[in-house]
Design a protein around this ligand. Structure first.
Ligand SMILES: [Zn+2]
Ligand SMILES: [Zn+2]
Length: 403
């Protein structure tokens, strides 16, 4: 099966700014240098965009300083915020890789760091946005001008923008696309760089729930609407919608040798949740349906990992969670998945044994104690007490996980 390389540009749940969730996906067989050299605009996918080009520049700088292959906790801001952070390896159960080719001097150092990052971001053909909250789109908004450039022609006194790429599609659920268009790219909060007259390469695309959509040559997606807190109204509160994406990685027929093994035509799957509340606390529980859908993929080994939030460590029940999860809630979701798998596989005693779970969106706290350390400890204790045998990893920016 083909593997995903998941590069974390940002993974914080705030309130630290500039570090929020964004993940770059590519096929493992291709390095960023190869993608840039070959101008391959059909094999990168960005899931959420709370952090953008600047997050990638930080990774490039670590690479140029030859630190990416031996990252220390001091290299990662969100770990150095706290006094008691663990070593990187303590947060990590998934194999990590350096996503650039060698020797490092050639491709990256031949141009400026920002130039390399901008050119690579111009090759991202598809963004998947889980929901319209600012911490998941701010990088995309600020980066948008880099996807086109202003020109002045002799017969046009006003500058207009020309597209640098053939097309960049921003995909999300219909409610999020409406929010992004009406409240962000509206010429008030931010210039409408999706408008045709700007020479834009950016298109906003609605994903209908539970339909399969091919995003580019390598990646396809199936979309699920999930619940993420409420929008208070005077008469009747409304659920705020987020989404989960079941992402398929399948090599195109001619993949230029990126897939090395004969089984690579068998698609790999990654289940990616945006911000989400637990069915156990939701007035509109929508997660169980997803677990039922992916249970056969868990049993067959096709599901490589679940990427999901755990924003806070366990808190007293009276503390509002604003549509997020704690370790107790997250484990209750995986208990549901285990039951669905057992219904299918009958005798399988530990159906989730070895399944990778990548934790995102941990909220920073004004304490000396690292919330990631506490969350990981609580998840591992609950994992043991329920005998689920999941492999937990806390997503850290700067790292590339091979999934
Ligand atoms: Zn949110
Ligand atoms: Zn968020």
């Amino acid at each position: 099966m083909a593997s995903f390389d998941l590069t974390v540009l940002g993974s914080s749940g705030g309130p630290a700014d500039g570090k929020t969730c964004a993940f770059l996906l590519k096929p493992s067989g291709l390095t960023f240098d190869q993608i840039l050299d070959g101008q391959m605009n059909d094999c990168l996918l960005c899931v959420d965009a709370g952090t953008g080009i600047s997050g990638f520049c930080e990774i490039l700088l670590l690479h140029l300083r030859n630190r990416l292959s031996q990252l220390q906790k001091d290299d990662i801001d969100i770990l150095s915020y706290y006094k008691d952070s663990l070593e990187i390896s303590d947060y990590t159960s998934i194999e990590t890789v350096v996503p650039f080719g060698n020797p490092r001097e050639e491709a990256v150092a031949s141009m400026g760091v920002f130039e390399y990052a901008s050119k690579l971001f111009n090759l991202i053909s598809a963004y998947l946005i889980t929901h319209s909250h600012i911490d998941h789109v701010s990088g995309l908004l600020v980066n948008s001008p880099a996807f086109s450039q202003p020109v002045i022609t002799s017969n046009s006194p006003r500058p207009r923008r020309v597209s640098l790429t053939s097309s960049k599609k921003i995909y999300s659920i219909p409610s999020a696309i409406d929010n992004i268009q009406n409240h962000l790219y509206n010429d008030l909060v931010w210039p409408d760089l999706t408008a045709a007259h700007t020479g834009s390469s950016i298109s906003l695309m609605k994903l209908e729930p539970e339909q399969l959509v091919q995003l580019n040559c390598w990646f396809g997606v199936e979309t699920f609407v999930i619940s993420h807190g409420i929008i208070p109204h005077e008469h009747k509160d409304e659920m705020f919608e987020s989404s989960a994406y079941l992402i398929t990685l399948k090599p195109p027929k001619d993949d230029g040798g990126a897939s090395a093994d004969s089984e690579s035509s068998f698609p790999s799957k990654l289940l990616f949740f945006g911000d989400v509340e637990s069915d156990s606390t939701s007035i509109s529980p929508r997660n169980h349906r997803i677990w039922r859908e992916v249970a056969p993929l868990v049993v067959s080994g096709q599901l490589r990992a679940v990427v999901i939030e755990c924003s806070n460590y366990n808190l007293p029940k009276t503390v509002p969670l604003f549509g997020h999860m704690t370790p107790t809630h997250l484990i209750s979701e995986f208990v549901t998945l285990a039951k669905e798998c057992s219904l299918l596989s009958g005798a399988a005693y530990h159906p989730l044994d070895g399944l990778h779970v990548l934790i995102t969106h941990v909220k920073e706290t004004d304490s000396s104690c690292d919330p990631r350390k506490i969350i990981l400890q609580q998840l591992r204790e609950l994992n043991d007490s329920h005998d689920l045998r999941l492999n937990f990893t806390i997503a850290l920016p700067g790292l590339t996980y091979k999934i």
